[in-house]
Design a protein around this ligand. Sequence first.
Ligand SMILES: *[C@@H]1O[C@H](CO)[C@@H](O)[C@H](O)[C@H]1NC(C)=O
Ligand SMILES: *[C@@H]1O[C@H](CO)[C@@H](O)[C@H](O)[C@H]1NC(C)=O
Ligand SMILES: *[C@@H]1O[C@H](CO)[C@@H](O)[C@H](O)[C@H]1NC(C)=O
Ligand SMILES: [Zn+2]
Length: 553
Amino acid sequence: MVKAAERSPRLGGDTLTCKNKSPSSVAKNLSFILNLVTIITIAYLYFHSSSGDSPAVNEPPVFNPYSKKNVIMMVTDGMGPASMSAARSFRQFRDKLPINDVLTLDKFLIGSSRTRSSSSLVTDSAAGATAFSCALKSYNGAVGVDPQKRPCGTILEALKLQGYFTGLVVTTRITDATPAAFSSHVDYRFQEDLIAEHQIGEYPFGRAVDLILGGGRCYFLPTSVPGGRRADTRNLVEETQNNGWSYVGNRAEFDALDGGKNVTLPLLGLLADTDIPYDLDRDASEYPSLAEQVKVALTALSEATKDSEQGFFLLIEGSRIDHAGHHNDPAAQVREVLAYDKAFEEVVKFIDSSDVETVAISTSDHETGGMVTARQVTEAYPDYLWYPEVLLNTSKSGEYLSKTIYNYKDKKTGGKFEKFIRESILENEMGIKSASDDIVESLISKASDPNSLLYVLNNITSFNAQIGWTTHGHSAVDVNIYAHTNSDSILQRLKSKSRGLYGNHENIEIGAFMEELTGSDLNQITDMIKKTKHSPGKKDVFVDDMHANALAQ
Ligand SMILES: *[C@@H]1O[C@H](CO)[C@@H](O)[C@H](O)[C@H]1NC(C)=O
Ligand SMILES: *[C@@H]1O[C@H](CO)[C@@H](O)[C@H](O)[C@H]1NC(C)=O
Ligand SMILES: *[C@@H]1O[C@H](CO)[C@@H](O)[C@H](O)[C@H]1NC(C)=O
Ligand SMILES: [Zn+2]
């Protein structure tokens, strides 16, 4: 199979970074003088305000990068503007809300991000997340490495070094591209065994992550243990527990964390063998929601840093919005976006009640599926509409339903199987009362091919809802940036013309913003981690998980 990274057109494989622009000496001197002026100004304002005089009315808030802060980076993997539009209209329809009812996220829109990678106009999640974590453009497939495959220091590592506590909360495998790009360094995203090793501290930096909540237990367990998928015989779950980590591996153990009040760090929480099921399919007695995971993480990390000089860095990802995009599944996707919106609401509540200066930045690495909330379904000029009620009538994801059909035992017995497709699947799960013979036949003919089945099922829903898709892969459209803070000085920096995030930005500027905001130095980390093992070994098999076989997991 051809690697995605190699298929991509080489568009001037340049190393674009916010930091590597080497300024002219005039500019350097100028910036030195400006820094000096800033320092003097800060010192003046500091002594001025601490002298007891009431501060002048229009004084700009004094900014200190080294004061205690919490930085929350939030990623909606694969969510483009149309996903927001679909989820918002779907919720208005479902809950009979007025036209002006918007998602929580909508209230915090500040700008948009341009997402291309160093190797292609269409990025993948690995290069997309590396842009945020290392503040540099790298090639599709790159996880925390630069275009020359050199490990690059990440914001998570830099803040750990500064004394912050750190966490990763996702709904996919914790070893998947986005969380991996903050906490590991490998040449290709499929090296998930090695990613897991880095995440527990087995590389020159040592342990950088204090809290892990997500799926992906399979890459921490050997094949001799049920659900294990490591190519070697190591059991990282046991090894970490012997090394002082606490571990939760199921809903009951997660609940014993008591909303984050009963957490001993470092915590390894692996709540599914692979990905946590779509929110639409999720059995709440078995898996917590993203919002529940976020609440635990925020409570545990703020508790851990209560008496500390520094706050925490937390990465939160609504990981499977992307998967629903790959699957072209609008019913699953709107629920994923709404689940993320609830998690975002938790973050906003936390920020508004925290005394620690806190900022949350939420954006996507890219759009997935080329989704559009309108689709021409006849040759005649189309009606201007789409049907959210179709998504409401679809009570399970295409992924779930295709597995159900695929696993149906007695596919040969024409009558019984057809009845099952008509009644159990189309009528009960998809709200389609009298399906045409063509539709039923298209499902029966694909019954032993779960991937084709998935596409046929989701096309039925999308077609009926009049939602369009242009690809089962990613697209290059700009994605939104949202942000919230309880700090006037951080707000002012977000709005700053030269270094802020209001307006339209390159994705690497988000990484650079966090670096500057915290006075951290990613290059310093890059120097520390040069000797990291990052190349694939002979045993590493290329599996383009989502992108090749949707049901392989
Ligand atoms: C706290 O966690 C421990 C295990 O680490 C568990 O035994 C105890 O029951 C938990 N407490 C609560 C209140 O859930
Ligand atoms: C949705 O389901 C309801 C109840 O089964 C049905 O009356 C309605 O026609 C369905 N709507 C669509 C668009 O499929
Ligand atoms: C999607 O469904 C419509 C309506 O049944 C059909 O005309 C079209 O060919 C399908 N597209 C794909 C890619 O299966
Ligand atoms: Zn993807």
